[in-house]
Ligand binder design. Structure first.
Ligand code: SF4
Length: 201
């Protein structure tokens, strides 16, 4: 059994926070264990809670469309969430729930070693980007963390609520292949990007 399979098994039985009491199924991450691209959303919704799989509802359909837009098959990436159990009524996850679940994401990243992390929504953005900036300011921006390129994007559910964001997220997704190529190209480009990101904050 791989480290990621072990991790996902632990998630399915996890009782570390109050969300275990109200979930139907915990939702571990899913995808290729050789993925260069890791997408991190916020929390499972209704359909994810029913099926125990991430991004299978309407927001997941939009994610599939966005991946198709850049010629990426879902089976080749890895998809997870900041918290693995559905908050009741789709409320926002609470700070202690995010803290309780954070270790699973740490272990996933350590085992997967993605080249690019795409944060979907402000909760996953907050894990990698400096505080105090809005999604409007940071979407499409890249920061480097431990050798990974991290890029902030709107959550697909937000795009479904606000149609005017559709061209914004499409434009941001179109930057992913270039960011991935840059991440693969090595340390020289990374150092240059680090210097460039300093001008953002
Ligand atoms: S949200 Fe995370 S920490 Fe809380 S019960 Fe689910 S898996 Fe465990």
């Amino acid at each position: 059994m791989t480290e990621i399979e072990t991790l996902n098994g632990e998630v399915r039985g996890c009782q570390r926070c109050r969300l275990a009491q109200t979930r139907k199924l915990a939702v571990p991450g899913e995808g290729s264990e050789r993925a260069d691209l890791l997408f991190i959303g916020e929390a499972p919704g209704f359909w994810e809670n029913e099926q125990g799989r991430p991004f299978v509802g309407p927001a997941g359909q939009l994610l599939d469309e966005l991946l198709a837009l850049i010629g990426v098959k879902r089976a080749t990436v890895y998809i997870s969430n900041v918290v693995k159990c559905r908050p009741p009524g789709n409320r926002e996850p609470l700070p202690d729930e995010i803290a309780a679940c954070a270790g699973y994401l740490d272990r996933l990243i350590a085992a997967l070693k993605p080249k690019v992390v795409v944060t979907l929504g402000r909760y996953s953005m907050a894990r990698f980007f400096p505080p105090g900036k809005s999604m409007k300011e940071l979407h499409g921006k890249v920061v480097w963390r431990d050798g990974m390129a991290c890029v902030a994007m709107y959550h697909p559910a937000a795009v479904l609520r606000q149609a005017s964001l559709r061209p914004v997220i499409e434009a941001d997704f179109r930057t992913i292949p270039g960011i991935l190529a840059q991440a693969k190209a090595g340390a020289a480009q990374q150092e240059q990007a680090e210097a460039e990101q300093l001008s953002l904050f």
